[in-house]
Design a binder for this molecule. Sequence first.
Ligand code: FES
Length: 103
Amino acid sequence: MPTIRFEGSDQSIEVGKGANLRRSLLFHGRSPHKGFEQVVNCRGLGACGTCWVEVLEGEENLSPPTKMEQLPTSPFKKIGVKGRRLSCQTRVYGDCLIRLHSE
Ligand code: FES
């Protein structure tokens, strides 16, 4: 089972192969959303850009970026920093280390 580790934390979570990253985080009580965004977001449609995480290790173990992440009009695209992914658009196939901007 793939393991997701968190930068600056001893906590890690195990998820099923191919699990959706956003849903897995929420299930384990680690929201990728910050503040008010926890209430106001697109619920995983890839349209609001608020669920981004920074992938520090294991990017090769994640699904490739989706069209929603690459749209020029995407609010996420404006953030545009290498290693950042929309957690709602990302599936986990192996171990990774991430940084949550929400914590
Ligand atoms: S929840 Fe809105 S882009 Fe992921």
